[in-house]
Write a new protein. Structure first.
Length: 190
């Protein structure tokens, strides 16, 4: 693989690292519950899972930046460029969730919320750019990932959930971002 292709594959690496950290921490935690916990409970300082979870989010966020930078350099219009920039900010926020863990910093909630909000708007704007550039199906697919993300949080807020925990809608957001990265990598490679 040539060095100029590394940014393209860094998104895939970010997805792998993030999910390895999340799933690994859930398996190691004696107290985590998908229905009553938040993913951030895995990063509380002093827990056995904190180094894996927090370190994984930090590393995944940093690994993903070259990927969205690569998408930004290939943008065909301002919407794709702004969408890529928003997704880069979402990755920075994800990394900062690992830097500012739950119960250890007043910055945890703002950076966690920023990740999900920036992810949603990034998908909306990038998808709009895809559609305007003539890739209508791709754009609609990306937009619908954003719609699914908002919908998962609206359902949770409306009480359609397994319990009071945030882990499931948080994981939905992570899965949708992973789906976008895994679909975008081969599409942009063409």
């Amino acid at each position: 693989m040539s060095l100029r292709r590394l940014p393209m594959w860094s998104g895939v690496a970010a997805v792998v690292v993030a999910f390895a950290a999340i799933l690994g921490a859930t398996l190691l935690s004696p107290t985590f519950s998908w229905s009553t916990s938040a993913l951030s409970d895995l990063g509380v300082p002093g827990t056995t899972t904190a180094p894996l979870f927090d370190g994984g989010l930090l590393l995944a966020g940093l690994l993903g930046l070259p990927f969205v930078g690569w998408c930004w350099t290939r943008a065909r219009n301002r919407f794709e460029a702004v969408g890529a920039a928003l997704l880069a900010l979402a990755l920075v926020a994800m990394a900062l969730v690992g830097v500012f863990p739950l119960h250890a910093s007043d910055l945890h909630l703002p950076v966690a919320v920023a990740f999900y909000v920036l992810l949603t708007y990034g998908l909306f704007v990038y998808g709009t750019g895809n559609a305007l550039a003539g890739s209508v199906r791709r754009g609609l697919g990306t937009l619908w990932l954003g719609v699914f993300h908002v919908s998962s949080w609206l359902l949770w807020a409306a009480g359609v959930r397994l319990g009071a925990g945030l882990a499931i809608p948080e994981t939905v957001g992570a899965l949708l971002f992973a789906a976008w990265v895994l679909a975008t990598t081969p599409w942009e490679r063409r």
